[in-house]
Design a protein around this ligand. Structure first.
Ligand SMILES: *[C@@H]1O[C@H](CO)[C@@H](O)[C@H](O)[C@H]1NC(C)=O
Ligand SMILES: *[C@@H]1O[C@H](CO)[C@@H](O)[C@H](O)[C@H]1NC(C)=O
Ligand SMILES: *[C@@H]1O[C@H](CO)[C@@H](O)[C@H](O)[C@H]1NC(C)=O
Length: 597
């Protein structure tokens, strides 16, 4: 303790320990993981900021800005190997990060982002308009700074001999890449198979990158993949190099980007890094994401700023951008339709449906109605149980109904509607593929005499009617276009294991824009369910559907069909009979007798 009373000695001891700590920390394996950058103490300069959502924004979408974000201390990248003629070797290192390049005008322009190892920090002589926010060492060969950059570049700079406007490259002490490849990832590990999938850097989507160096193999690997795909089986670039010849002993590591005129925002969402082993893979689910709402704000701002610019060039630029946005939106619509076709109602191969139903054999037949026969089957490729409706080719209206059904039901999604999976057309054969609903139709449950034991209770009937009402509400009011079903009846209501009702058979359905007056069409429907005015006006509306629903209510409560010709005169038509009994104050007489107990 005595020595500490002497300040000089105390300071000496203190500085010795700090030195030791510094050395130890440098000697130690560096290993960090940032899921978002709230906790990271990086050196930020230029436009770089950490946003409240944790995203490290290297730049925002203002034009002509640059930004850097660097780990605060330099890390040891080469080590002196004793007894080998002063030769030093590079260490193994590995990094994984998730980034996004979000252009101000979607699809239009995007300078790149780089991961950099630099012997100097701050970086000197960087331009905001180009060179990825890095010093242009090429034009300044005397520069003593050493640099290794991995660029994810979305423009083609001809001066730098860029291969295209969407590439990944390794730049060693120069912005002319030593090697570069179009941005993509390999699908297989097989070196003879060059099959790969392109990645659009400036799509605005989050992308994941891996950079690994192995000093024994003397290989620097770079991989890129869409966010949730994980590390590709094989790196995009595997570049042989001895980094001990390239790197200083201590190097700063970080990110750099500049926007130039075409101003994309460069974001890093997460970063892990390790010296001496493989960096921990980031978990995409733990990372901050760009919210779509903030994207929208960005677009609006872009337009306002665009309008105030007076420069002719910029004016033209804005017009270009507008065109691009329009095209992009159009593309998006197309993409949406693709998506719907892919996941909503897709086109099946005839052979697939033939196999699914074992050649439409009798054993798979589950019923007929609504212009065709229905077969049960299992789609071989997915194992999903489906019902395949084969529309009889002698039905003259066949094609028309087929088209109506696809267009009206392909987009509809409701738990009380039978989901359409897809269709197939082969010569005169028209096939629709639906969810298979196991319990069959309400018609079967109510009137199939073999099913007497399973007679539906009132609670069950009530639930089914309620489900059908939900489906109708959706069709009439909640979905994008109003859909009039036009053929509501028990045989079109399917019941699943949980006794949930699903409305199906849209063969007669018509879609209307909301608020439009439906046109007169051919009168269709089923006798007994058709509203009286329909036969006179020929106009199918929500009201005519509701009339059918009313008939259905009576039918389910009374346990009899709406028209039973063999009944006594007054009872033939259910609606008339029920009304008469109601007027006579004896409505309970019409209730299904089996519901009594
Ligand atoms: C973008 O960065 C520049 C430079 O740091 C700054 O002046 C500007 O306010 C930023 N804009 C936005 C929208 O964050
Ligand atoms: C790739 O091709 C070479 C030469 O044709 C062959 O020797 C090697 O086995 C192939 N590799 C794979 C994984 O198929
Ligand atoms: C780099 O990629 C090559 C080729 O796929 C592979 O053999 C090597 O192990 C990889 N090295 C590192 C450090 O990932």
């Amino acid at each position: 303790m005595a020595s500490f009373t002497n300040p000089a000695i105390a300071i000496e001891i203190f500085s010795f320990f700090s030195y030791l700590l510094l050395v130890l920390s440098l000697e130690n394996e560096t290993n960090f993981v940032y899921n978002g950058f709230h906790q990271a103490k990086l050196n930020l300069d230029g436009a770089s900021v950490v946003r409240s959502n944790g995203i490290l924004a290297i730049t925002n979408d203002t034009s002509k800005i640059l930004g850097h974000a660097f780990y605060p201390t330099p890390l040891q990248f080469t080590k002196f190997t004793p007894g080998s003629h002063n030769k030093s070797t590079a260490v193994n290192f590995s990094t994984n990060f998730i980034f996004s390049i979000v252009p101000k005008y979607p699809g239009f322009g995007g300078h790149g982002l780089t991961f950099v190892l630099s012997s100097k920090y701050p970086l000197e002589g960087c331009l905001p308009s180009q060179y990825l926010g890095l010093p242009n060492v090429t034009s300044n060969p005397q520069s003593s700074a050493r640099m290794l950059a991995i660029e994810f570049d979305a423009i083609q700079n001809v001066d730098m001999q860029d291969i295209n406007d969407n590439h990944v490259g390794i730049d060693i002490s120069s912005l002319v890449s030593n090697i570069s490849e179009p941005a993509a990832y390999y699908n297989t590990n097989d070196e003879n198979n060059s099959k790969y999938t392109t990645i659009i850097l400036k799509s605005g989507d989050s992308l994941q990158a891996w950079i690994d160096y192995d000093s024994l193999q003397e290989l620097l690997n770079v991989s890129l993949s869409p966010l949730h795909m994980g590390r590709p089986p094989r790196p995009l670039i595997s570049f042989p190099i001895d980094l001990s010849q390239v790197l200083d002993e201590y190097m700063y590591i970080g990110f750099s980007a500049s926007t130039g005129l075409l101003s994309p925002a460069h974001n890093v969402h997460g970063w892990s890094f390790r010296i001496g082993g493989r960096a921990q893979d980031l978990d995409p689910t733990e990372l901050p994401t760009l919210s779509s709402s903030s994207n929208e704000v960005v677009h609006q701002k872009g337009f306002k700023v665009g309008m105030t610019f007076t420069s002719v060039t910029l004016f033209i630029l804005v017009i270009f951008a507008g065109v691009y946005i329009l095209r992009r939106t159009k593309n998006k619509d197309e993409i949406l339709e693709d998506w719907e076709i892919e996941y909503g109602a897709r086109k099946f191969k005839y052979s697939e449906l033939h196999a699914a139903t074992r050649g439409f054999r009798e054993k798979n037949f589950i019923g007929s109605g609504g212009f065709g026969s229905v077969y049960r089957g299992v789609v071989p490729s997915t194992g999903i149980e489906v019902a395949v409706k084969r529309i009889s080719n002698n039905s003259r209206q066949g094609i028309r109904e087929f088209v109506a059904e696809i267009t009206s039901t392909g987009r509809l999604r409701h738990r009380n509607l039978v989901q359409l999976h897809g269709w197939c057309r082969r010569k005169d054969d028209l096939l629709l593929v639906y969810d298979y609903v196991p319990n069959g139709s309400l018609n079967k449950l109510l009137f199939d005499n073999e099913n007497q034991k399973k007679k539906l209770s009132w609670e069950e009937r009530y639930k089914i009617l309620n489900d059908v009402a939900q489906a109708l509400l959706y069709l009439h009011e909640e979905c994008q276009q109003m859909v009039v079903h036009r053929d509501l009846k028990p045989s079109n209501i399917l019941i699943d294991e949980g006794l949930n009702a699903k409305l199906g058979d849209f063969g007669l359905a018509r879609t209307y824009e909301h608020g439009h007056n439906p046109d007169t069409t051919n009168i269709v429907g089923t006798l007994g369910y058709m509203a009286p005015e329909l036969t006179r006006t020929g106009r199918a509306t929500e009201s005519t559907d509701v009339y059918s629903y009313g008939t259905l209510l009576l039918e389910v409560a009374c346990g009899r069909r709406p028209i039973e010709p063999y009944k006594n005169g007054g009872e033939i038509v259910l609606v008339d009979w029920a009304r008469k009994q109601h007027c006579a104050g004896d409505i309970t007489r019409v209730v299904d007798p089996t519901l009594d107990n």
